[in-house]
Design a protein around this ligand. Sequence first.
Ligand SMILES: [Zn+2]
Ligand SMILES: [Zn+2]
Length: 291
Amino acid sequence: MKTIGDTDNFVALLGTKGGPAIRPGSTNPTSSLLVLEGRKIVVDCGLGVTRGLVDQGMALKDLELIFITHLHSDHYLELGGLLHTAWTAGLKTPVTVFAPKGADQYWQHFLCAMKADIELRMADEGRPDLAALVSFKTLDDGPVLNSRALTVSAMRNTHPPLIDTFSLRFSGRRHDVVFSGDTAYLPKLAEFARDANLLIHEAMLGEALDALFKRIGNTDDRLMKHWLRSHTMAGDAGKIATQADVKALALNHLIPSDDPDFTDEDWRRAVRPTWDGSLHIGSDGLRIGLE
Ligand SMILES: [Zn+2]
Ligand SMILES: [Zn+2]
């Protein structure tokens, strides 16, 4: 089993596919664990986040900080499930969720949906009040958090039709990690990610999109248009990494993620013309050290 040491600094990609659907053999939607300056920070809560965290050796009662980049279900469908499961796993300290406006409504409705169970466990098992443990703060452009050697800032990115959708930069004393979030190619992200130790950028493999579109089967050409105007080709992610002069690039939120006709080699080939530095192709459970 994986463990987390007191002085570890790393990112674990827990779910690495783009989009909400899972299929036999597919990876999980988006979630990550960032361990920095002794803090355990969850970035996005797609389906599978809870299992992904414990598989990294994280005790769920240590949950403290959660960031949701935007309100597409592949980034927050399991937020309620994670908080509730952490509560049943011994959580008794506050959790702060930084998320776009509207996320607190999701949480209030989740508490309503699970009211019978939550009240039962409080009365029958003596659990603390779950609602009182969790607070929401609205993400917006600019500084987000400055707390014990950890600073976090957000930059609104381009992921239409959503407006409240963000890239995030986490800075410790010696390490900086930037998450692109879901975004179309966004040249100003290079400035936001300047000199980071690791840029985790979403990516599409252009040559594989037609086959994916045909496999999905219950949409029309609006889905293809959404991909093309709201997401970034792998080669453009490489451009951002080069312009930002980051130390390493990880491709994440892979579209597609489950087509056996395309392998890591195809992703590497797509990025090489624009980025010749350290490159990680996201896979569920992959740990990327920051040393
Ligand atoms: Zn997404
Ligand atoms: Zn999205």
